[in-house]
Design a protein around this ligand. Structure first.
Ligand SMILES: Nc1nc2c(ncn2[C@@H]2O[C@H](COP(=O)(O)OP(=O)(O)OP(=O)(O)O)[C@@H](O)[C@H]2O)c(=O)[nH]1
Length: 398
């Protein structure tokens, strides 16, 4: 019998498989995260009958494939082996408001199979719909689910398997936080990206910085300071506000002409919060935006540091940027702009480099049919991003 009923993910490890029992919330998660659907509107979603795939192009090309809970993938006419062997992450959704023992048995069975055909797979469990549970009950449910899953895996002789658990709901930002962490594990350049962001934070009076996928509000990287969900919310909402405001302004002919002769328009926005901090957004490449919270006090105090602007800076951008700085704050923002531009250039080179590596790997490995994991070198100082040791990232300015 020909076994081709399941979709064939591209030969890459950047596919996320979304599984779980019926009515667990899989389609709702996809609609809310990838299609900006309002959470309440998911009440009317019909049960999914066929596998569906969301394409998500960010720093890496990613697909999220949803398998309906009503199908049994271990029937012989599904080519589950091929499917599981070519994915990067298995995300299993458990409805925490419902009786979940069946879900746990189903989860263990899937883990056993998935791990056998693909030991590198990331196994992620969403303890979902936690909005309906009290704070105490959430912790109890999480402990219970983790304990039972561990016991089941032990019984199956799979004690070494790593499983990550997340408490999620589509009614708050927890689902975005979980997906951000899941996606980050699939980005080979993550350590270098984090180094670059740490470097930016150190040199630019920044409290927290995220590299967001604008469409989904998933952050593909952040600096190494802890993420607090309120900071995430403020930054994610700032993206929406910026895009809404940007849509309000219709380009006139003259600016269109100017734009044609210059580079493509680049989204940028700065906003002052009542706390004294500044929100800063700048469009990057491939649907990404950098959003940062900048300390205002430091900006005021950092006028003396402006003398650090070196000749490299003056040569390339100096005239226009320096003359636009009418206050201390403007001058410091100019430095931040400069550093963010350097970050953008590095990001661009990183992406081009990884694309080249991917293409080479793909052609080399296509005979073996196996995706290859490659390393991007980092020198610990946070600036060496490329396999090519001659690549040079210019120094940032304080
Ligand atoms: N309270 C709450 N309800 C949710 C949440 N996520 C999804 N739901 C609801 O759960 C119900 C089922 O959601 P679906 O997304 O259709 O579930 P599914 O897993 O795709 O189901 P199948 O297509 O049958 O496999 C819907 O009524 C959603 O509104 C959540 O975070 N909290």
């Amino acid at each position: 019998m020909e076994a081709t009923l399941l979709p064939n993910p591209k030969d890459t490890n950047a596919t996320i498989l979304l599984m779980g029992l019926r009515r667990g919330g899989k389609s709702s998660i996809c609609k809310v995260v990838f299609h900006n659907m309002q959470p309440l509107d998911t009440l009317y979603l019909e049960s999914t009958s066929k596998p569906t795939t969301e394409q998500f192009s960010s720093l890496i090309d990613l697909s999220v494939m949803e398998l309906p809970g009503q199908l049994n993938y271990f029937e012989p006419n599904y080519d589950s082996e091929r499917l599981f062997s070519s994915i990067g992450a298995l995300v299993y959704v458990i409805d925490s408001q419902d009786e979940y023992l069946n879900a746990l048995t189903n989860l263990s069975m899937i883990i056993e199979f998935a791990y056998k055909v693909n030991p590198k797979i990331n196994i992620e469990v969403l303890i979902h719909k936690i909005d309906g549970l009290s704070e105490d009950y959430r912790i109890d449910a999480q402990r219970d689910i983790m304990q039972r899953t561990g016991d089941e895996l032990l019984d199956l002789g799979l004690e070494g398997v790593q499983v990550s658990f997340y408490l999620t709901s589509i009614f708050d930002h927890s689902i975005y936080e979980a997906f951000s962490r899941i996606v980050q594990k699939l980005i080979p350049e993550l350590p270098s990206l984090e180094n670059m962001l740490d470097n930016l934070v150190q040199h630019s009076s920044i409290d927290k910085v995220f590299l967001f996928d604008v469409n989904s509000k998933i952050y593909v990287a952040t600096d190494s300071s802890p993420v607090d969900i309120q900071t995430y919310e403020v930054c994610a909402e700032f993206i929406d506000i910026t895009i809404d405001l940007d849509d309000l302004y219709v380009e006139n002919e003259e600016s269109n002409r100017k734009q044609d002769s210059e580079s493509v328009k680049e989204l940028k926005s700065i906003s002052h919060l009542s706390s004294g901090s500044i929100l800063y957004l700048k469009q990057m490449i491939r649907g990404l935006a950098l959003v940062a919270i900048i300390r205002n006090d430091d900006i005021r105090n950092s006028v003396n540091n402006n003398n650090n602007i070196n000749s490299d800076f003056n040569d390339s951008n100096g005239e226009e940027l320096l003359s636009s700085s009418s206050s201390n704050q403007d001058k410091s923002l100019t430095i931040i702009d400069y550093n963010v531009n350097l970050f953008k250039q590095s990001l661009m080179r990183m992406w081009e480099n990884s694309r080249m590596v991917n293409q080479n790997d793909f052609s080399e490995n296509s005979q073996q049919g196996e995706p290859q994991i490659y390393n991007v070198e980092s020198n610990g100082a946070g600036t060496a991003l490329f396999k090519d040791n001659n690549s040079h990232v210019p120094p940032m300015h304080n």
